[in-house]
Design a protein around this ligand. Sequence first.
Ligand SMILES: Nc1ncnc2c1ncn2[C@@H]1O[C@H](COP(=O)(O)OS(=O)(=O)O)[C@@H](OP(=O)(O)O)[C@H]1O
Length: 432
Amino acid sequence: MPPILQRLQQATKMMSRRKILLLVLGCSTISLLIHQGAQLSWYPKLFPLSCPPLRESPPRPKHMTVAFLKTHKTAGTTVQNILFRFAERHNLTVALPHPSCEHQFCYPRNFSAHFVHPATRPPHVLASHLRFNRAELQRLMPPGTVYVTILREPAAMFESLFSYYNQYCPAFRRVPNASLEAFLRAPEVYYRPGEHFAMLAHNTLAYDLGGDNERSPRDDAAYLAGLIRQVEEVFSLVMIAEYFDESLVLLRRLLAWDLDDVLYAKLNARATSSRLASIPAALARAARTWNALDAGLYDHFNATFWRRVARAGRACVEREARELREARLRLVRRCFGDEPVLRPAAQIRTKQLQPWQPSRKVDIMGYDLPGGGGAGPATEACLKLAMPEVQYSNYLLRKQKRRGGLRARPDPVLDNPPPRPIRALPRSAQGT
Ligand SMILES: Nc1ncnc2c1ncn2[C@@H]1O[C@H](COP(=O)(O)OS(=O)(=O)O)[C@@H](OP(=O)(O)O)[C@H]1O
């Protein structure tokens, strides 16, 4: 063979050996990356695959002052219950409404520090319904208080509002056959701005956050942008009801709480027979159009929520959310039996666990203690886990009044008392 050809053959052999070597090297690198992803992530800052350490050294103490803006029909009662139980375990004071405000801080009026029962001041925790008023809350809560709130997808939220407040909200009561579809086909036929409880039928999230629920982002985009800015200035975390467990992971990391501190039982859920199995796409679109301000708020804060999850490490948040789900299931089973079932109020023997029912047309579900429960710290903890808002608020107020030595004194009279709030309506006034 001519020397030139021999050299060519050798070169080809070398090439293929090099190729094989390169191929082997490439494969091992990829396999190493897959197996050691956490250590070898290409974007460790943006997408860390392992949880960044929560326990700083020295460990950050648990944050003890929290104001939770409890928006309507957004899983707020479940969050409130987590906060109430945390407050009790850590001997903290919970701000509670004056009795003439019932269980809400005189909603729908703008919040005022005067609505807070004196036996519950100065508070560490606040978690009852109110219409946000920044100046008054800052007057009440200690400096350094962390503000959090929760939003829910507007179509699902509106379906829940429409069903729950059907007998209270005049705009809903006017609709023939209590038809959500009929309302959303022509809301202006039934809705009167400014009338009693109108805010529960139009952009309720915007109203609860202190905004003007009659503005439309279509006519006035700057208004929505301004409202978003105000919310971002005050609230350290806006949770999202659809991602409840992920929200709680972010909450507990923000507050340096343990995972055990955010275990919960789902509260205030409607029975499946009282809800639409699914919301048809056209109805969901109509609900979002009618509540365009809420839709704008939700879309914005849903996007910022996921950016925050990415910053914390998506895999880490998902792993903690999984741990939370497992731990909460164990707790719920320990408390309410191996097959814990949500029951309608009529089937709950423990009176303290019977949830308030808005009307005979809607069933709000709750838990019961097996065998009606006995005495003891475990039963007490289980009782609190499933205790509805009304009973828990009453219980905490009694306890805090006792602690302040106020048992004998009558409640002070509130100047300019508010109209009767929703949950104070007598049974007979509720529709059939
Ligand atoms: N953990 C969790 N995750 C997701 N969704 C949850 C959760 N807990 C409560 N819920 C649902 O929230 C609705 C009740 O909301 P609220 O407690 O805020 O209502 S209220 O305004 O205090 O009456 C109510 O929604 P509807 O059942 O659609 O009415 C509950 O089912």
